[in-house]
Design a protein around this ligand. Structure first.
Ligand code: FES
Length: 112
């Protein structure tokens, strides 16, 4: 099972952590299942940017981003060339190093 190393994030995991999840799982699902409550305002339907993560290592092992994901990512806070929407990024067999950005743009929450 691939290991995902999560870099420290002040709110979600101040010390950083390592989790494991089976190939075929999205990064977002893997985080949530391991108690890291990353935002996922559109319930993982590729319609927001709140699940944005930066894949520092292992990016090439993931499925390619679809156009819809690329379009949304353009609006994400702190976009980098290694950015993915975690609900659309599917684990392969390779380990990853993932950074959760400090901020999100949470349109869905603002509408509540
Ligand atoms: S949870 Fe909305 S795009 Fe991933």
């Amino acid at each position: 099972m691939p290991t995902i190393k999560i870099l420290p994030h002040a709110e979600y995991c101040p010390e950083g952590t390592e989790i494991q999840a089976p190939a075929g799982t999205s990064i977002c699902e893997a985080l949530l299942e391991n108690g890291i409550p990353i935002e996922h305002a559109c319930e993982m339907s590729c319609a927001c940017t709140t699940c944005h993560v930066v894949v520092r290592e292992g990016l090439a092992s993931l499925n390619e981003a679809e156009e819809a994901e690329e379009d949304l990512l353009d609006r994400a806070w702190g976009l980098t060339p290694q950015s993915r929407l975690s609900c659309q990024a599917i684990l392969a067999q390779k380990d990853l190093v993932v950074e959760i950005p400090k901020y999100t743009i949470n349109h869905a929450k603002e509408n509540h």
